[in-house]
Design a protein around this ligand. Structure first.
Ligand SMILES: N[C@@H](CCC(=O)OP(=O)(O)O)C(=O)O
Length: 531
């Protein structure tokens, strides 16, 4: 992520400034959905558009930029190859078609890029391939090596559909492209789709739908947009997954652009214009007014909301976060696959949330261990707290946090609501309330699957002890970490002082269970606030 330098605005919106991005080499990730490369009408590859994309990449490279393509369409190409008009229903069929189609897809790219003398390389990934730091770094090195001399190739990335199983899937290529953008420290992520950007409604059916220009905060954009999935019969994504991708990528400092894939050449103009800087005074209220009511906007504002000016190619740009996470923290939080969870008490969370603690977690604060992991694997950090059972509260996902890395650990997490108090509170009787029928009068728990969501997620269980009847327990995922000890070792040292690690395990490589923490939040949400 190279820095941009602001220049005075030239012929643009008064609220924006342009940067000199074109003066320096940028790393650009281009995501092409199935609908961008295969015609729904003819069910054939869009050769003219693919050729235009090749010319665009050639131009971008001649300007000194590096390019990575994340390309969907393996299954679509497989359907074309096998003359299958219906969407495949079974997993086996989809995986077989992906194997048949990926070959055709990469052959097509190889031959098109060959005409302009550019080498392409196929990179097929599953989440497992970036499950821990060593593998993550390995994928990063491979991609960077491919783009550098002497290879100077364009990596063409896709999910390894043929072998990936549900738990280890990225699920959609919008998410994969955001992870790829983080992997290569991209400056731009272009999400090419079949509309001109992010609209407040479906532009095909809603005459009042307006395109957002500059988006500073994905969460506020989400509130402003009625997310109708505008996918084609070939694609799997929609605006929802693009917003998640934008959230992930902008947190890594990547400017994320939704643009129409019918005109790939427009990407050259967007890169040349650079990332706009919008003052919070000017952009904030606009997004707020969008959130409250689009129809209340003045008519000229309805024309086009925010940057870019009317003569620019149509697109929506999500600004990179002003203080993006370091690559290491971003990967821990968003890219690595969590293999389990450390359940910690509130005091421990407060300590690791203090900036001067350096995010180091002592075993004394650990009240539970869930899952199986090796050292240096990513794990969830989940705070267990007791709350007064007064009003119904959040049972769903908090707004604004990315929904990645879900792993079905929720059921087994339930036991930690009810045991292993290290903070002196009275331990209620052990009941496995999350396994209870959710309609039970003793439980107001949301579905167990909610805990698995990759976000600040809450889960409650009710205690069936009359002495404790006014209290309930809540789990809140507050972040992720890299484990210093395996899950078995962590189980043995939980609740102990650091000085006891050595006598318990026979060795002590670190006094902390983790010293590489990345938090979603620095404070626990109000226990009774709904999302
Ligand atoms: N990996 C799959 C596509 C997955 C996907 O996200 O598709 P799309 O919504 O078209 O970007 C394939 O190559 O067919």
């Amino acid at each position: 992520m190279t820095g941009s330098h602001s220049l005075p605005a030239a012929g643009s919106s008064q609220q924006t400034q342009q940067s000199t991005s074109a003066l320096s080499s940028k790393t650009i990730v281009i995501k092409l959905g199935t609908s961008s490369i295969i015609s729904e009408e003819t069910q054939l590859p869009k050769i003219a558009i693919l050729s235009s994309l090749v010319e665009t990449c050639h131009k971008l490279r001649s300007l000194g930029h590096k390019v990575v393509i994340v390309c969907s369409g393996a299954i679509g190409m497989g359907r074309i190859r096998m003359h299958i008009t219906e969407k495949p229903k079974s997993l086996g069929e989809r995986q077989a078609l992906a194997a048949l189609g990926q070959l055709r897809l990469i052959a097509l790219w190889d031959s098109l890029f060959g005409t302009v003398g550019i080498d392409v390389a196929q990179v097929l990934l599953t989440r497992n391939d970036i499950a821990d730091r060593p593998r993550y770094n390995n994928a990063r090195t491979t991609l960077n090596t491919l783009m550098s001399p002497p290879f100077n190739a364009i990596p063409i990335v896709n999910e390894n559909d043929t072998v990936s199983v549900s738990e280890l899937r990225f699920g959609d290529n919008d998410t994969l492209s955001a992870i790829t953008a983080g992997l290569v420290d991209a400056d731009f992520l272009f999400l090419c789709t079949d509309v001109d950007g992010l609209y407040t409604g479906n532009p095909r059916s809603d005459p009042n739908a307006r395109r957002l220009g500059v988006v500073e905060d994905v969460a506020s954009a989400r509130k402003a947009v009625s997310v109708a999935t505008m996918g084609s019969s070939f694609g799997t994504g929609g605006m929802q997954t693009k917003l998640i991708a934008a959230e992930l990528a902008t947190a890594a400092g990547v400017a994320t652009v939704i643009i129409n894939g019918e005109h790939p050449e427009n990407m050259i103009k967007v890169v040349a214009k650079g990332v706009p800087s919008v003052s919070s005074e000017s952009a904030g209220p606009r997004m707020d007014s969008l959130a409250s009511s689009v129809s209340s906007l003045a008519s000229e504002e309805k024309e086009l909301i925010g940057y870019p000016p009317l003569d620019a190619p149509a697109h929506t740009i999500f600004l990179p976060k002003p203080n993006p996470l370091s690559s290491r923290k971003w990967s821990i939080l968003h890219a690595l696959h969590p293999a389990g969870a450390l359940i910690i008490d509130e005091g421990a969370f407060k300590r690791i949330a203090r900036t001067d603690s350096g995010g180091r977690l002592l075993p004394a604060g650990v009240v539970g261990v869930e899952g199986n992991w090796e050292r240096m694997q990513a794990i969830r950090l989940v705070v267990r707290r007791r709350i007064l059972k007064s009003v119904p509260h959040s049972s769903g996902l908090e707004q604004g946090a990315p929904l990645t890395n879900s792993v079905p650990i929720a059921r087994s997490l339930g036991q930690y609501l009810l045991r292993n108090d290290s903070d002196g509170t009275k331990t209620p009787p052990v009941i496995d309330s999350l396994r209870k029928d959710t309609t039970s009068s003793l439980s107001n728990s949301p579905s167990a699957a909610d805990v698995a969501a990759d976000t600040t997620t809450t889960q409650t269980a009710t205690v069936d002890d009359s002495a404790e009847e006014d209290w309930e327990w809540q789990l809140v995922e507050v972040g992720r970490a890299l484990a210093n000890y395996t899950s078995i070792e962590s189980e043995r040292i939980k609740g102990l002082k650091s000085s006891q690690i050595s006598s318990t395990l026979g060795y002590a490589d670190s006094e902390y269970v983790t010293d590489q923490v990345a938090l979603h939040t620095l404070s626990l949400p109000d226990p009774h606030t709904s999302s």
